[in-house]
Design a protein. Sequence first.
Lengths: 477, 483
Amino acid sequence: MEWETVIGLEIHAQMATKSKIFSAASTAYGAEPNTQACAVDLGLPGVLPVLNQDAVRMAVKFGMAIEAEVADHSVFARKNYFYPDLPKGYQISQMELPIVGEGYLDIEVDGETKRIGVTRAHLEEDAGKSLHEDFHGLTGIDLNRAGTPLLEIVSEPDMRSAQEAVAYMRKIHELVRYLEICDGNMQEGSFRCDANVSVRPKGQEEYGTRAELKNINSFKFVEKAINIEVERQIDLIEAGGSVVQETRLYDADKNETRSMRSKEEANDYRYFPDPDLLPVEITDALRAQVKADLPELPTAKKLRFKDQYNQDEETATTLTSSRLLADFFEAVVKESGCEAKLCSNWVTGNFLGALNKANLEINDSPINHQRFAGLLKRIADNTISGKIAKQVFDALWESDATADEIIEKQGLKQITDTGAIEAIIDKIIADNPNQVEQYLSGKDKVFGFFVGQAMKATQGKVNPAEVNKMLKDKLKR
Amino acid sequence: MHNKTITELAKDLRAGEYSSVELTQTYLDRIKQHQNLNCFITVAEEQALINAKIADEQLAKGATNLLTGIPIAQKDIFCTQGIKTSCGSKMLDNFTAPYDATVIEKFNTSGAVMLGKLNMDEFAMGSSNETSFYGAVKNPWDINTVPGGSSGGSAAAVAARLSPAVTGTDTGGSIRQPASLCGITGLKPTYGRVSRYGMIAFASSLDQGGPMARSAEDAAILLQTMAGFDTKDSTSVDKAVPDYSAGLTNSLKGLKIGIPKEFFSEELNTDVAAVIETAIDEYKKLGAEIKQVSLPNMKLAIPAYYVIASAECSANLSRYDGVRFGYRCDQPDDLNDLYIRSRGEAFGSEVKRRILMGTYALSAGYYDAYYIKAQKVRRLISEDFSKALSDVDVLMGPVAPSPAFGIGEKTDDPIEMYLADMYTIAINLAGLPAMSIPAGFVDNKPVGLQIIGNYFTEDHLLNIAHQYQQVSDWHKQTPKGFE
């Protein structure tokens, strides 16, 4: 039988606010346990939550970016369950009236565009962390994370392969970083997802029973977890069994999914509106303000790059994969005044390569756009050759000097004095009568030898095109 | 000096008749002398005397706040930094908050001297102060009877002259009913008028702190300090606070009083009904017009309240899990055992009953039938009040169906106990302000008159109460042995 996979994702994106969603405690990652948990985060008696308006603005921004309806009126609700890292015994979330309603996102897989529906996105607080090591059989609780604002983005079950799921997750990841509402850091848990996976015989309309894969925090694992789960479900059904609705955990080490709890054991969360918080009202003024702040979105930017800078699909995709990279590229074009093609070659080539190698973000690049533009200018006006330019790039990476200073100091300036070049070429021709003989007798390959000699004699500081032309002229005579 | 009003005490302190330290010591001595009433959970003797000394210095420098140097006491539901806040529960017997409630902060800023923390029903759940982990409070008018609840310690302390004035909180009648049973003046403000920050939550959409004092005049002084918007409480209302003392002497000529017929149901003790009718007649003499009105959905208030309040409390009390603070059972076997035994051992039976009711009402399959329906009833009740108050200025009626009942009399029958709040609960559901003022006696036990106003008309309620207190002396009566 032919099977069809059905996938829906619930993505948790941590909103990039300075303080928590309901308290003034910092959201900074990596502090000593329980040093960033105030009385509100600890759930002490009598304290009350106060909504962080920045988190609201960020959620509205997301809603607008996916063309969703942003609710005029949304409500926080309490999701009740006991767990030691959940201080109040309930999580403040949104249930019936989320802040962001239905929207969509277009993904591309194998050159095809597919529209994925977003059911809703709602704001909620994160729980703390249970630490099971280092406590001699006991469990430690770190509440630094408790109260961190999350936007839970729920998709429709519109994806039909792990590949599509990853494409969708990447697209959301790119978008939230573009909007500057989430740092997207997956190692630190700022961006993670749950995948609802089911299979059904191809052609069947009804969905199969789904399993929920919890807390996956990398693109690679999402793909692997879904694939292995799909395999498990198909094997199970084909062997005469049936899938049970349950929550499963993906074990990356063993590449398998394991049952955490079944539907029967699932909590009744007893959601009800949180009486400590007023409904969230989104005013027209706020909408207008957020709209004005909305950056150019990735898809629009990519189209513009193709058009304005004459970029091919692949380069435009790379350049717009992050807002910072796109901004860097445009700043370099503007600063240097060079042809966009030259700029994009260098940005996507040497520059990205060096960043990747050093494992650095654009923000941390040792070369800013001004110094980078300085290099490109000298390539464009033939002061240096492409080969020398790589050498200058390395020097830029290592020092604070400008390209001009490096070229000057290291004497890398291209020799433009035709008389000097002519003298060098004349000498090479005079010193190598055999090769001249061979070339004149028709061995075209020997021409390369002369070019090589010329470059060697000038340490590459001549324009190769110039040398070629001159050599051809001289050897003809 | 323990029989004087706050205004009189403030005047005497400034005239140098006695110091705040002397005044504070007088009350501390009385508290000790009448320990048998069990009004206090914690007496903050040392801090009180230190603060009284500071107040004396401030007075010497010309402090203008009327509360500077005046001893007051706080219901043990308001968190006080450095002093135990138990909320009447074994669960918090070991709990000292690292912060002050906004109300406490405001009193501290005013220079008032806190005598200590007052006994109350556990987590404010009760109408007789018998659910307190620290034992029942006795009504000074008859020590075999209850003072009402949940602010029973508060009401008894004012009646017994152990503090000039105190705070209480009112979720379903917890200020007004004990005020009525102890013969004092209590005001439950409009929901949102007084910050709930640091006030331990019972039912968040209903809880409201307010003053309890000997007279409307004193209550106005306390409310002036307590009221106001607080950025730490999203449900507090950003609305200017009027001068509550300024309008006390306004004439009541032309005042329109509505009498809801549902307040005079067959459950109402006939002697109490007579007291209320006499009081209303007194208002006629003051120039008021009386009109019959109706609150048709009032009979639904008790069931709706017990669904909503219990649902909210079931979540509000989840934080007491033995993990971070409060009571923790000995040697738990595992996590479940920690939860079950910590909560099982430290919560009293009334608290458990309400958590169970609330959890049930919110459960899958019951939510619509209970919680949603109760919210609909709540809206209907609010609409009833809006309608009634569109024709009249205030509503009047009894606070409680009977005077103080005997200790132990209703503890075995929760439904009977819940009926003690039958005339107060609807007001909380609507979020309106209401007062209880002494209006007479039945069998030597005080009876309170309830005055209900429209949203944010506390100033008017205080004026109406004060005018009555100018022509009556019920509020000046002191129980025997406490003169």
